[in-house]
Write a protein that binds this ligand. Structure first.
Ligand code: 13P
Length: 308
């Protein structure tokens, strides 16, 4: 493993490459990345990098977002098969039909979508800025929100809006068991429950803090004396434990304990070996159809401007 890490570091320097990683990546990928962050931070970082090559250690839509923002750069992903169940739950042709059926609606899409869906969108959001961006529109604005039904319902509830919500979801965040979390809470009565807004409303009702991966991490870092039950993909625990080594973090369990599904199997497809090969061979490379990229870049840039 040491040799592999050295070889990656060497290639990275030779090729002026930037390795970015989401908090849901394997620990060893998070440790070697030049930059780790949530979906918003990764997009912000991609938009301003001077590197020639971006290696996006995350899932496919994150690579696409980087490519749309930096069409002149080479954007690589360690494993092209690293997809996203939430993005898959919103096929562009069906979403286009839905949008056409609702003329006069502003289209707000979560970043966990394909570039083709973003091309049909007025403004992109992430879990960090969804509330802020929705609230930047007048109260009576007619809004379509896609594709996450849990995040959409959560934003409706905290903003008093009535957005039309696409019926999509993340298979990992939908799996957390309220009953098991209540059991753990009985054993750790002082534990704070942290939950990502992609979780079902029953989990969010139980949570003390609801936020993006970056927001949950920030909360824990600000209150290291507490203990935590964490309802999001378990990869985030690596950075939480690194930043707060004395703190107890308990991953919220999924309903089916045999499936290991508080881990995203797509995120975990990226390995150090694949990262090395991808830097060495400069493949697999993300490409986005020019006509789609031209349209998709506008709602992403609009999001970055509002969040600046
Ligand atoms: P954030 O990165 O905004 O916390 O969202 C997590 C996620 O769903 C990534 O796919």
């Amino acid at each position: 493993m040491e040799n592999l890490i050295q070889a990656i570091e060497q290639l990275k320097k030779e090729k002026n490459a930037l390795i970015m990683g989401h908090y849901y990546q394997r620990s060893e990928i998070q440790d070697i990345a030049d930059y780790i962050g949530d979906s918003l931070a990764l997009a912000q970082q991609a938009a301003k990098t001077t590197a020639d090559i971006i290696v996006m250690c995350g899932v496919h839509f994150m690579g696409e977002t980087a490519k749309v923002l930096c069409p002149e750069k080479k954007v690589l992903v360690p494993d092209m098969a690293a997809g996203c169940s939430l993005a898959d739950s919103c096929p562009a042709d069906k979403f286009e039909q839905f949008v056409k059926e609702h003329p006069g609606y502003t289209v707000i899409s979560y970043v966990n979508t394909t570039a083709a869906v973003k091309a049909l969108t007025d403004v992109v959001v992430t879990s960090t800025n969804a509330r802020q961006i929705v609230e930047s529109f007048p109260k009576d604005e007619k809004i379509i929100f896609g594709p996450d039904r849990n995040l959409g319902s959560y934003i409706n509830s905290v903003t008093g809006r009535n957005m039309l919500i696409w019926d999509g979801a993340c298979h990992v965040h939908e799996q957390f068991s309220v009953e098991k979390m209540v059991e753990i809470k009985k054993q750790h009565p002082r534990a704070v429950i942290l939950a990502h807004p992609e979780c079902k409303s029953a989990v969010l009702k139980l949570a003390d803090v609801v936020g993006s991966t970056a927001a949950l991490l920030k909360y824990a870092v600000a209150h290291p004396e507490k203990e935590y039950i964490v309802a999001t993909e378990a990869g985030i625990l690596h950075e939480m434990r690194k930043k707060c080594p004395q703190t107890t973090f308990i991953p919220a369990p999924p309903m089916d304990s045999t499936c290991g599904c508080n881990e995203c199997s797509f995120m975990r497809l990226n390995t150090l070996e694949k990262l090395y090969n991808c830097l060495k061979n400069e493949t697999p490379e993300i490409t986005v159809d020019f006509a789609i990229a031209e349209k998709a870049v506008r709602p992403i840039r609009r999001m970055l401007e509002i969040s600046a």
